[in-house]
Structures are given as structure tokens and as C-alpha cells.
Design a protein around this ligand. Structure first.
Ligand code: FE2
Length: 339
């Protein structure tokens, strides 16, 4: 039984030396930006006060925010971890409990933020398929421009010890595993985890913890757009504005989303996605091979696999498994436990 069951991801927070450059990118990406108290805030159309925060300073990832369902939940969490419940002096107000995870990431759990009425700023026309003629006597006419970001959906954090981080997040926030990813049998590299909303369907993943080689940090944060047309219009817009494409368009295997990844001016990766899987607490966890992580159901192959000299996915999984086994062996030896 976890301390609380969080409702959803609330925001991501970054530092950047040039708020104007960040703002220009986020507007091209399809968010509405405003400044308050020297910080840059960006929001979608779901009525939440902000989804993305930039503080002036060095370019880096600062924090991930989750939303507790009630203030009572926030108080229960605070009591459990021995941290205060503080006023959240940011747009929308509310209260906040600040935690630090096993890798030193700042985790901000918020509740009681004011929420405005959401708006559907992009028409969701019925679609005609070979089997179902749902749109009749009306034409598709799309306006060029940025995508319409609705909400934040998930973030991916690199961790040093997946099992330790998984336990930390599940114990406190009640995450459920949707897909655990293995480099080899019983050698997990991470898991796609969703919020436990009981019978209410939740996104396939809200948090992905990944024990992968290289420096710690956020791999990406992802934002839901209106639909596939909206995502493709956004792709054209970002391309036309000379922004840095990272990966896409394609359809993921785990989560099934149609995705499109871009880099902000400071190298942070942000994803547009639409049409993802939804599961309830009744749906059991699955195990998936690492090859499914970067493979696609259709669309652009991951840049790592796109070049002619890229290593085959099997070799990447083999090397990752080897690295994880060596890390564990080394950890056991340094802790004096026989391997
Ligand atoms: Fe993603």
C-alpha cells in the first residue's frame, strides 16, 4: 500500500539562461507562455495553471512535479516523509511538498491549484475510414500553425539503480507498472509506470525510469496534442521554424502513441504525442524486450538505428545487459556481499 496515489504528472521545471529563447520555442511547440516573478510559465488548454516552468540560470533540469488528488493526500505524504506542506507561490496557488529522490532529483508534489475551464482549441472532426463513414457533407480544412498542447502526459528520468528508484516512487505515489523493459531475461533496464486511478483509465505511462548508460538527467517530457492532424501540423510548423527535430513522426510500441520529439534551444527533449493506450488498475504488468523501446510500429526509426553504421538493436540490448550485470556485480562486491 503506497502512502498516496498521485493523480497525474503536474509539471516539469528547467533552468535556462535565456527565457526569451525558451519562450519562442515553447510557443512554436504549441504552449501558451507568460512570465511571473521572473520565471517563464507555459500552459496547455486543459485549464491547469502551468505545465512547464523555466527559471533563469544555468541550463539544466530542475524538478518533476506530480499532482496529489487532495490536500489531505498532500498532508499524509508530508507526515510520512517528515517534510512540511508549504504554500505554492506560483500561478494557480495551492500547496506543495518537496522531496528528493534516490538520484537527487527534486520531486514537487502539488495539490489545490486553481483550475480554469479547459478549452478544446482544435476541432476534433469525425474521421472516415473504409469501414465507417463518420464525416459527411463537410470538408477537412486545417489551419497551419503550432500544435495545440492540451496537457503534460509523462516524463522519462535516467536512474542509477532502477529497482531502488522504482520502489521509492511506487511506495510514495502508488505507481503501477505497465511495461517492464528487459535488456535480457531478468535484467530490467526500466519500466513504464502509470498512475493507479482504480477503474478510471490512466495513461499507459506517467513516469518511465530508465537505468541506461551515461549521465543522469531527464530524457524527455511529453505533452498531449489534440489529435494526429494537430501533431502533423505542429511537425510542419516546427520544421518551418528551423527547430531541431529529435525523432519522429512514428507510432511507439509501448504505449502505442503517435509521437514526435523535438529539442528546445538548450538541448532538452520534448515530445508531442496523441492516441496513447489507457489502462485501469485491473490491467496486469507486461515484460517487453529492450528492442521494443526504440523500435516503431510505423514511422521514423530511432536516430540510433537510422544510420547505416548503427548497431543492431540486439547488440545494443546485449551490451546494456552486460553493463547492468557488471554494475550489480561491482555493487555487491563493494557492499561486501558475495556475488
Ligand atoms: Fe515519451
Amino acid at each position: 500500500m503506497s502512502v498516496i496515489r498521485i493523480e497525474d504528472i503536474a509539471h516539469v521545471r528547467y533552468g535556462a539562461p535565456d527565457l526569451a529563447a525558451m519562450r519562442a520555442f515553447l510557443e512554436d511547440f504549441g504552449m501558451t507562455c507568460f512570465e511571473q516573478d521572473g520565471r517563464l510559465y507555459a500552459k496547455g488548454s486543459d485549464g491547469r495553471p502551468f505545465l512547464h516552468v523555466t527559471e533563469p540560470g544555468e541550463a539544466r533540469f530542475l524538478a518533476i512535479g506530480f499532482r496529489a488528488e487532495t490536500l489531505a493526500d498532500l498532508e499524509a505524504l508530508a507526515a510520512h516523509v517528515g517534510a512540511p506542506v508549504e504554500e505554492l507561490n506560483e500561478p494557480g496557488g495551492g500547496r506543495i511538498v518537496r522531496l528528493t529522490d534516490p538520484d537527487g532529483y527534486r520531486v514537487e508534489v502539488v495539490a489545490g491549484q486553481a483550475r480554469a475551464e479547459g478549452s478544446l482549441s482544435f476541432a476534433d472532426l469525425p474521421r472516415n475510414t473504409a469501414a465507417a463513414r463518420q464525416r459527411q457533407r463537410t470538408a477537412v480544412r486545417l489551419d497551419p500553425g503550432p500544435s495545440h498542447v492540451r496537457r503534460i502526459g509523462h516524463a522519462v528520468l535516467k536512474v542509477r539503480d532502477f529497482r531502488a528508484s522504482e520502489k521509492w516512487y511506487k511506495d510514495r505515489f502508488g505507481f503501477l507498472t505497465s511495461d517492464e523493459v528487459e535488456a535480457a531475461r531478468d535484467v530490467p533496464v526500466g519500466a513504464f509506470m502509470r498512475c493507479d486511478r482504480g477503474d478510471k483509465p490512466a495513461d499507459h505511462h506517467t513516469l518511465f525510469l530508465a537505468q541506461l548508460p551515461g549521465e543522469l538527467g531527464i530524457l524527455h517530457a511529453a505533452f498531449e496534442v489534440a489529435n494526429i492532424d494537430d501533431l502533423m501540423l505542429g511537425h510542419q510548423h516546427l520544421k518551418g521554424r528551423g527547430r531541431n527535430a529529435a525523432w519522429g513522426v512514428g507510432r511507439h510500441i509501448m504505449g502505442s502513441q503517435v509521437f514526435d520529439y523535438w529539442k528546445d534551444p538548450f538541448g532538452n527533449e520534448l515530445e508531442h504525442w496523441t492516441d496513447g493506450d489507457l489502462f485501469t488498475a485491473k490491467d496486469p504488468p507486461q515484460k517487453m524486450p529492450m528492442s521494443a523501446l526504440l523500435a516503431v510500429q510505423w514511422g521514423s526509426p530511432h536516430p540510433m538505428f537510422a544510420g547505416k553504421l548503427a548497431p543492431p538493436p540486439g547488440l545494443v540490448a546485449f551490451l546494456a545487459a552486460l553493463m547492468l550485470r557488471l554494475t550489480r556485480l561491482f555493487r555487491r562486491q563493494t557492499q561486501g556481499i558475495p556475488a
